[in-house]
Design a protein around this ligand. Structure first.
Ligand code: ZN
Length: 262
């Protein structure tokens, strides 16, 4: 009892939800003649790939970053430098910080989580979009979530959008349907945490379909790329640069992943 109380207090102190407590608490085994109740990890047995945008040091390796790689029926530069807020907070760092929060939470829920990069450093680059695209294939992941932020200079442009691959043979016809479902789930998850769909992307519903992204085209598992907001918007940047804002983004993404896997 004391141990459970300690876990409870720790959980409350860390501001974590009840689901976390269920995952963190040891299985409850009751005495003879009574029902035996075990706390089951909600995402036990699931494998999830998180792709945290661009490496921070990409701009230091232009030759490597510009090298064309396969991207789904055409070639494209290995990667890009990503964008930043007007204050200089890089997309790479934002994607990395949110991805780590998402990965930690999914692991707490019992999932196996793989990241496509393992550092956020100026002296590193890549991986290229072809490696990111295939990251879930060999391990037959349940899904792959690629986390980015946008850099639009359009006046007043703000909000998130989720990009899914189209039904395009032979590349993404096999994953188009579940990926659309994943996109809708991630959108709902973000909206449930108070985020608004992008007002500058066609349709205005926070959903987009694109055939030009190697990260999506080379995937054999359901996948979406999410642009969590517009870093050039002062309003979005305020949320992105705050730890509380990033935690809220992470909770929205986790809610979407859980809804998709349910
Ligand atoms: Zn990006």
């Amino acid at each position: 009892m004391l141990r459970r109380l300690a876990v409870l207090l720790l959980g409350l102190a860390m501001g974590l939800g009840l689901d976390t407590l269920a995952a963190a608490a040891p299985p409850v085994e009751q005495g003879e003649g009574r029902a035996r109740v075990e706390t089951k990890a909600p995402l036990g047995g699931r494998t999830i790939v998180i792709d945290p945008g661009h490496q921070l040091g990409n701009h230091n390796f232009p030759a490597r970053i510009n090298r064309p790689v396969p991207a789904g029926g055409f070639r494209k530069p290995c990667n890009t430098t990503g964008t930043a807020t007007d204050g200089g907070y890089p997309e790479a760092t934002f994607a990395w910080q949110v991805s780590r929060l998402v990965a930690r939470r999914l692991r707490e829920l019992g999932a196996t989580v793989r990241l496509t990069r393992h550092s956020n450093r100026q002296d590193r680059w890549g991986p290229c979009v072809d490696a990111r695209g295939r990251a879930g294939n060999a391990i037959d992941a349940d899904l792959k979530l690629s986390i980015h932020a946008d850099g639009s200079y359009a006046a007043g442009a703000r909000g998130f959008h989720v990009i899914a691959p189209p039904d395009r043979a032979p590349w993404t016809d096999d994953i188009a349907r579940p990926s659309r479902r994943l996109a809708a789930a991630v959108k709902s998850g973000l909206q449930g945490r108070g985020f608004v769909p992008a007002n500058y992307v066609a349709g205005g519903d926070g959903l987009d379909v694109r055939s030009d992204l190697g990260t999506l085209n080379l995937s054999d598992v359901p996948t979406v790329m999410v642009e969590l907001g517009n870093m050039r918007s002062a309003a979005d940047a305020r949320v992105m640069t705050s730890p509380r804002g990033r935690a809220r983004y992470a909770r929205g993404l986790v809610a979407g992943v859980r809804a998709f896997l349910r």
